[in-house]
Design a protein around this ligand. Structure first.
Ligand code: AMP
Ligand code: MG
Length: 351
């Protein structure tokens, strides 16, 4: 299969509309289209068509028990797939949709088991991206879209990343340039009594608390006690991983830099290709290996935005081992560390 990449350009509305129309037709016929959202690139299929949803699993090599998020473009459509919408969920939707927040509800019968990984619940999100919203509307309103990467690889934040993973496997990629946020949506489960965060993201528990009061965090998320499984099936897989071994170094900044310099010196001397993930502030302090800045500590959004891209860059340079600073920044730090810890298989050196 040949993969067509359609670039959507600012100011060329007529051409863009035409390209979205072509993509929507592929989706309506049960095919797959990758498209940008504000979080990461998604791999879309008609969420109400079991055969189409099934194609997503095959293209990604995704385990069939790992459910998909259904993307909608208007509030009225939520009740068409969710059997019951608690008042607090409605309030979060009013506040944060369109935006990087996914909510889980008891599903209606029209949502096939293929989309929900066999669960009786459905995950729903309204993305904050004009192109994504236009595509969802033109394609009938319900688009299942996990991240458009091969299962286990870092999520794509550029159309080029999608091409690396999906070339020849899907008919079309809509290229809308770099995404804004760079990590996947926050997931909140509303299928039980108390709302519970199943995956941290750009929308933090504190932001949601201000709107709905108490909110729990899935105890399985910490990843320390392996007998406590995370509730979102996708969170149990080693995920987001680069090819190289990734090790995080955590502690006071000066100690971290010293440790990374010692470890990278050793690695280089033993003939290994080594990478370092630092920041705009710290990169000048590292003396060995390939040093990359992930962003600036004065704007944590830049760190989220470059996280997956930097892991892919190191893959391309075939490094054997990557040492990274850790980023428990105040707001989305939890989401950033959640992704980094998974990519590192929880290997952390405390200094
Ligand atoms: P992705 O679309 O690649 O960002 O992955 C979707 C994430 O949402 C995975 O971690 C899934 O396990 C999770 N998810 C989707 N639907 C449900 C659901 N009904 N219940 C719990 N987790 C879900
Ligand atoms: Mg994913």
């Amino acid at each position: 299969m040949q993969t067509v990449i359609e670039k959507l350009l600012e100011g060329e509305e007529t051409q863009n509309l035409h390209k979205i129309e072509v993509a929507a037709n592929i989706l309506k016929e049960g095919g797959l289209v990758a498209f940008p959202t504000e979080t990461v690139y998604g791999l879309g299929a008609d969420a109400l068509n079991p055969a189409a949803a099934d194609r997503i699993y095959r293209a990604k090599g995704r385990p069939s028990d790992n459910p998909l998020i259904v993307h909608i473009y208007c509030m009225d459509d939520l009740q068409k797939i969710a059997a019951y919408i608690p008042a607090k969920a409605k309030r979060l939707a009013d506040h944060f949709w369109p935006g990087p927040l996914t909510m889980i509800f008891k599903k209606r019968d029209n949502v096939p088991a293929e989309t929900t990984g066999g669960l009786d619940t459905v995950a729903v999100r309204m993305p904050n991206h004009p192109l994504a919203l236009a595509l969802i509307e033109a394609a009938g309103g319900f688009i299942a879209a996990p991240s458009a990467n091969t299962s286990g690889k870092p999520s794509p934040t550029l159309a080029e990343h999608v091409k690396e993973d999906m070339d020849g496997r899907i008919p079309m990629i809509l290229d809308g340039g770099a995404v804004g946020i760079g990590i996947e949506s926050t997931i909140v489960d509303f299928s039980e009594e108390t709302p519970m965060v199943l995956r941290p993201g750009y929308i933090t528990p504190d932001m949601m608390k201000e709107v709905i009061g108490e909110i729990r965090i899935d105890p399985g998320l910490a990843g320390e006690d392996l007998s406590v499984r995370p509730k979102a099936p996708g969170m149990k897989y080693k995920h987001y991983a680069p090819k190289a071994e990734l090790i995080l170094v955590n502690g006071a900044q000066e100690k971290v830099q010293q440790t990374i310099n010692n470890l990278t010196k050793e690695a280089v001397e033993s003939g290994r290709t080594v990478g370092v993930i630092g920041t705009d502030e710290s990169c000048g302090c590292y003396h060995y290996g390939i040093v990359k800045s992930i962003g600036t500590r004065s704007d944590e959004d830049t760190i989220a935005r470059h996280l997956y891209g930097i892991l892919r860059e190191f893959d391309e340079q075939d490094v054997d081992i990557i040492y990274s600073e850790s980023f428990s920044t105040p707001r989305i730090g939890q989401a950033i560390m959640n992704r980094l810890l998974k990519a590192a298989g929880h290997q952390v050196i405390e200094v």
